[in-house]
Design a protein around this ligand. Structure first.
Ligand code: HEC
Ligand code: HEC
Length: 316
C-alpha cells in the first residue's frame, strides 16, 4: 500500500467481455443459457480473486481495525475504502473509490478493464498507482474479465468517497502499462514456481514487502521487507520474506508457511483481541486462498534472491 513510482506498461483494445466477445469465436456459437453459465463461472473465479488473491475487496471496503489483520466489515464490500495518507507513504490523500454497481453501472466492461490494467478511469484520469494496475496488467484477460463479472454481482452501495488530494501531478505517476491482455498467459499449476510467480504478482505481495529507498521502492531488495507502517494505533514493520535463513523465511518449511496463513485467517485468531500485535497484511483474505495456490506462492518465494535484512516487526 505505497509505492507509486513503479515500473511501466499497457493498453486495452479488442474484446468486450470475454463471454460475449466478438473476439471470442466460441461464444458466438453458444446459446443464452451457456452464456449465462459461463458468466456465472467467470463471476465465481472473479469472486475468488477479488477476495483472496488480488485484494480488491481489501482496499475498496471498510476494515475492522479492532480485529486481527483488519478484516473487511461485512456489508461494505466494494463500497469504498478508508482514506490512505502519510502513514501509508502516500504523498497526499487517496481513498479507494466505490466499485459496486452503484458507481460502475455506466462503465462498460472494457472501461473497467482499462482502469484495472492501464490505470486510466472512465473520465480519462490517470489513477494513482497505489491502485495496482501495474500488477493486474500482467494477468490474463480471462482473470481480469472474471473480476469484472464479479463486480457486477456486488450489492450496490450508495456511497461516494472523497476526491483524491495529491501533492504530485499524475504525469509523475510514471509510464502506464501497455495493453498486453491478448498475449498474457497463465502458467500451468503443475509448473509450481511459474504459477506461484503469477499469483504473487496478482496478490501484490511486493507492494508491501519491498523496502522504500529515497527514490521510491528499492527493487534491488525485492521482498526484503522493512517498511514501517505507523498508523497511530499500530506500528508494524513489513517482514523479510526472502529465503534468507537468518532474517527471512529461509528456514520455513512449505507446511509451516501454509499453516501460518491458515492460522492467521482462522476465526479464533481473527476475533481474538490483537493487542499491539496487529497486522496490516490482509491475512484473513490471503489465508483463505486455495491451499494449492499458497503452496505455489511458497515455491516461487524460495527462488527469489535471499537478502539479509533484519526486521523488528513491532518496534518499541
Ligand atoms: C492497494 C489498494 C488497492 C487495491 C488492492 C485495489 N485498488 Fe482499485 N483503487 C485504489 C485506489 C487508491 C484507487 C483510486 C486511485 C485514484 O483516484 O487516483 C482505485 C481505483 C480503482 C478504480 C477506478 C474507480 C474510479 O472511480 O475512478 C477501479 C475500477 C478499481 N480501483 C477497481 C479495483 C479492482 C477490481 C481491484 C482488484 C482487482 C482493485 N481495484 C484493487 C486502490 C486499490
Ligand atoms: C498490505 C501490506 C502487505 C501485503 C500486501 C502483504 N504483506 Fe506480508 N506482511 C506484511 C506485514 C506488515 C508483515 C509483518 C506483520 C505480520 O507478520 O503480519 C507481513 C508478514 C508476512 C509474513 C510473515 C513473516 C514472518 O517472519 O513472520 C509472510 C510469510 C508474508 N507476510 C507473506 C506475504 C505474501 C506471500 C504476500 C502476498 C500474497 C504478502 N505477504 C502480502 C504486510 C503485507
Amino acid at each position: 500500500m505505497r509505492k507509486f513510482f513503479v515500473l511501466a506498461v499497457i493498453l486495452v483494445t479488442c474484446m468486450t467481455a470475454i463471454y460475449f466477445s466478438s473476439c471470442n469465436n466460441e461464444t458466438k456459437e453458444t446459446g443464452p443459457a451457456e452464456n449465462k453459465d459461463s458468466l456465472s463461472k467467470a463471476a465465481a473465479r472473479g469472486e475468488y480473486l477479488a477476495h483472496h488473491v488480488t485484494m480488491c475487496m481489501d482496499c475498496h471496503s471498510k476494515r475492522d481495525i479492532t480485529k486481527f489483520a483488519m478484516p473487511v466489515i461485512p456489508g461494505t464490500e466494494g463500497g469504498g475504502g478508508i482514506t490512505f495518507g502519510k502513514a501509508e507513504g502516500i504523498p497526499g490523500e487517496v481513498t479507494p473509490p466505490n466499485i459496486t454497481p452503484f458507481a460502475l453501472k455506466d462503465w462498460t466492461d472494457d472501461e473497467i478493464a482499462r482502469a484495472l490494467t492501464e490505470g486510466v478511469n472512465k473520465k480519462g484520469d490517470t489513477l494513482f498507482p497505489m491502485m495496482p494496475y501495474h500488477h493486474y496488467s500482467k494477468m490474463t484477460r480471462d482473470d481480469v474479465y472474471s473480476i469484472i463479472a464479479y463486480l457486477r454481482t456486488l450489492k450496490p452501495i450508495d456511497n461516494t468517497t472523497p476526491p483524491r488530494k495529491l501533492l504530485i501531478p499524475p504525469s509523475m505517476f510514471g509510464p502506464l502499462p501497455e495493453n498486453t491482455l491478448a498475449s498474457n498467459t497463465m502458467p500451468s499449476p503443475s509448473d509450481k514456481i511459474k504459477y506461484g510467480e503469477y499469483l504473487v504478482n496478482a496478490a501484490v505481495c511486493s507492494e508491501c514487502h519491498t523496502p522504500m529507498g529515497p527514490q521510491g521502492p528499492d527493487f534491488s531488495k525485492l521482498f526484503a521487507g522493512g517498511f514501517l507502517f505507523d498508523l497511530g494505533f499500530l506500528k508494524v514493520t513489513v517482514a523479510n520474506i526472502t529465503p534468507d535463513s537468518a532474517t527471512g523465511i529461509g528456514t520455513w518449511s512449505e507446511d509451516a508457511f501454509v499453516n501460518k496463513f491458515k492460522v492467521n485467517a482462522s476465526p479464533e485468531k481473527v476475533n481474538a483481541d490483537p493487542g499491539k500485535e496487529n497486522s496490516i497484511m490482509p491475512w484473513s483474505m490471503y489465508g483463505t486462498m486455495k491451499e494449492e495456490d499458497l503452496r505455489a506462492i511458497y515455491a516461487y518465494l524460495r527462488t527469489v534472491k535471499p537478502i539479509t535484512n533484519k526486521v523488528e516487526k513491532y518496534p518499541k
